[in-house]
Design a binder for this molecule. Sequence first.
Ligand SMILES: *[C@@H]1O[C@H](CO)[C@@H](O)[C@H](O)[C@H]1NC(C)=O
Ligand SMILES: *[C@@H]1O[C@H](CO)[C@@H](O)[C@H](O)[C@H]1NC(C)=O
Ligand SMILES: *[C@@H]1O[C@H](CO)[C@@H](O)[C@H](O)[C@H]1NC(C)=O
Ligand SMILES: *[C@@H]1O[C@H](CO)[C@@H](O)[C@H](O)[C@H]1NC(C)=O
Ligand SMILES: *[C@@H]1O[C@H](CO)[C@@H](O)[C@H](O)[C@H]1NC(C)=O
Ligand SMILES: *[C@@H]1O[C@H](CO)[C@@H](O)[C@H](O)[C@H]1NC(C)=O
Ligand SMILES: *[C@@H]1O[C@H](CO)[C@@H](O)[C@H](O)[C@H]1NC(C)=O
Ligand SMILES: *[C@@H]1O[C@H](CO)[C@@H](O)[C@H](O)[C@H]1NC(C)=O
Length: 782
Amino acid sequence: MCSLVLFILLLESTCCHAVRHTNIVIVGGFGDLAKKYLWSGALNLFVNNHNENATISFYGAARVSVEDGTKILHNILESVQCETKDNSCMKLRPAFLARSHYVLLKTKDHYQAFCGTLYSLSIESSVSMRNIFYLSVPSSSYEDVAKLIKENCNFSSTQIVLEKPFGLDKSSAVKQVNNIGKFFVSDEVWRVDHYLAKSVTKQILKFREVNRGELEKLLNNQYVDRVEVVMKERIGVSGRVDFYDQTGVIRDVMQNHLTELLALVTMELPGNVSDSRAVEQSKLAVLHRVASVDSKAVVTGQYRKYLAEAKEELVNTNQSHMTPTFAAALLHIQKLRWQNVPLIIMSGKHMDERSSYVRILFREKDFCVSGCADGNSTFMKYPRQMVFQISHGSVPSAGILVSRSLFTPKWPSGMKDLPMTSKDSLIHGQSPGDFYYGVPVNDLPAYFTVMSDLYHNVRETFVTAERLLTLWDIWDQSVQSSSLVIPRLYKEYDASSLNFSVEGFKLEFIEKEIRVYLESGEMSKQSIIPPEFRNSTLHVTEINKLIQILCDDIFEIATEAIRERGNFHIAFSGGQTAVNFFEKLAKEYPQFPWQHTHIWQVDERCVPYSTTESNFFSLHEHLIKFVDIPYFNVHPMPVNLGGKTCDISSRADTVYENEIVSLISGLKYDFIVLGLGTDAHVASLFPNSIHLHDNERLVSYSSAPEGFQTQARMTVLPTLVNHAHNVGILVTGHNKHEILHAISELTMKNEKYPVTFIAPVNGTLVWYVDFNAWLGSTGNAD
Ligand SMILES: *[C@@H]1O[C@H](CO)[C@@H](O)[C@H](O)[C@H]1NC(C)=O
Ligand SMILES: *[C@@H]1O[C@H](CO)[C@@H](O)[C@H](O)[C@H]1NC(C)=O
Ligand SMILES: *[C@@H]1O[C@H](CO)[C@@H](O)[C@H](O)[C@H]1NC(C)=O
Ligand SMILES: *[C@@H]1O[C@H](CO)[C@@H](O)[C@H](O)[C@H]1NC(C)=O
Ligand SMILES: *[C@@H]1O[C@H](CO)[C@@H](O)[C@H](O)[C@H]1NC(C)=O
Ligand SMILES: *[C@@H]1O[C@H](CO)[C@@H](O)[C@H](O)[C@H]1NC(C)=O
Ligand SMILES: *[C@@H]1O[C@H](CO)[C@@H](O)[C@H](O)[C@H]1NC(C)=O
Ligand SMILES: *[C@@H]1O[C@H](CO)[C@@H](O)[C@H](O)[C@H]1NC(C)=O
């Protein structure tokens, strides 16, 4: 019954005049791709190519009953409308519908019956018949379907068309190629990369060809500063996590679409750009020279909502936190022509804009010597560039942009010149009027071109097995290594934390990031570390490393101070944290110039030196007693002067002040190390202390609020601290997290937060913060 229906339909389609008939079978004819793109591509193909000498039939194949399938296909085709109200399309649409049929292809018998009918028809009507099987099915079924087709549809002319993914890495790609290769020779296998079918992509080689004289001499490492291949999307992958989770951005678009674009702009231009074979050879030649992307040359990110989306859509989210939705990679071509030119490939979901382009930035080789200040300095101010805008962005439509200062382009026959208008004041950093701008005459949807090029055997729109594997050679290592690196989280539609810089063969995020792991290996927190905190240098790292950095800084500054001024004055505060670092300084810096170093105190409790609460006691026990420092270079705060602790009448604060005045030139300490209290106190300057505003004195008695061990104290005052050449604030432990957060945005001095009074007038302030303090013990630190 089923084959009888087919038989009748086929008879109609292979009517007497036809000299050539093509059957296009969309296997998976109800899938997303088919619904969104393939059927409208089919209509367009039919309208432009179906005629008395060459007929086309379409079959939508699926695994549901003929009755159901016929209805479903009918509904899909109802929604496939002509792009424009163009007459020929409207006129031919009914004929297209009449030649599009549902076919049930599930078992071997179904294939046998269907292909048997096609086969006997081609014999009877003696037309030459061509069969194109478009596999719009999961790639895991490719082998099974290819086998069914081969064994049951043994026509002399069969093409099978595959959509990505073409493997998840080199080895699975090789496997897929071999599995299909068991049934079809390479000429019969057509792999779609729809980016190659985009209308601007199709013009790249033609554009290079018509501008060969001007352009080819510029496209090399003498003139090109860098090449950027970018695809930014606004959308995320919600609803498609199932597919995306295993894929990630590198496999999804970088290994294929974007590297193909890179090849088109960097390959040697063949003598005849319409010769598919020459084009393929030239592409392969350049791709063979692209060095494998290694882990130092890639950074990855993931938008914040991704994991939540994965948890909603997937059963197993074990690996979801590793899936990159953003990546940037640095590539190099090992050829003289492109030697040392950075080639940057970047793509991301939920970016700030939607835009795909290849941008070639040219180096400025000319230098303005005279008359540069006014009038004619344009050529110095603006970048010189050429941009293939593949889609979207802020241009009116996809096209090619050439800086007017670069050269005057000719447009190939498929393109036309257009005045540039844009609502944005800058396009790729240049004002719109500074570009020559050309657009394709027919800006066809990519799948119109895919269908048409398939039909007309335009091979270069498709990916050969050899090219596929060459592309994998470039990316294989990086997909393996990126699956081991947790991507940086970024806010949706805000990629500012993803800015990266390129140096030599290295590509790195500009803002550093830290992560802390729980014992289980699960990531507990992550945070971006800005280069600055309260406008001062910030170091954030694990405590031991942090103390190392602080000690290194002290050692370096000591050496330099002694070279310049003959001695080094450093003042230490007390506290538990200091102990670690005293010992490190004492024991791990044998070259430290202690002979020329003076040790001072930032604050002291009013207790005997011999008690453990005494800051000097700890300074002595953990540092002084280990180092060879002259006694007269050690300057404890005289809290025990005259045998009494902090007797007001002894004026011990003035005594210390006088010692400072007499020994330290300009009152400028070389280094002062401060701690930070959970209440933001520094030295013994507590919140709302009257001493914060004391600009006359350098040292004073003070007192800590109720509850602090030993209330009476002596402390240096902000004026003295702010004279120092270098001030370091050491902040460790998670109980400091909240106070760091509280002061991070304060711009004015605030008595509630004494640390805000620390601002060296003419010195350097550096924050030394450990992970615990930066991240806190609970809550989100980003
Ligand atoms: C079909 O073929 C005939 C004979 O070769 C030719 O005259 C006619 O123009 C062709 N029609 C089309 C639409 O190509
Ligand atoms: C396909 O047909 C050719 C001849 O046309 C024949 O040699 C070959 O065995 C057939 N293959 C299958 C799998 O039927
Ligand atoms: C270029 O190649 C195309 C396709 O092979 C061919 O039709 C055309 O004649 C060639 N052009 C030249 C100038 O050789
Ligand atoms: C996912 O991880 C959990 C916990 O580590 C483990 O028990 C489970 O087997 C994993 N599932 C898969 C499919 O790997
Ligand atoms: C401006 O500088 C460019 C580049 O050197 C030069 O070609 C052009 O003639 C200059 N124009 C004027 C008005 O001096
Ligand atoms: C990233 O770069 C953009 C453009 O230069 C800049 O506006 C933005 O502030 C940068 N983001 C950060 C966090 O530095
Ligand atoms: C940091 O510098 C900026 C710009 O000068 C200023 O607006 C801001 O108040 C400063 N922040 C602090 C904490 O001083
Ligand atoms: C700041 O330091 C520089 C160099 O050390 C010096 O020339 C300048 O006078 C200092 N300014 C103040 C206000 O101390």
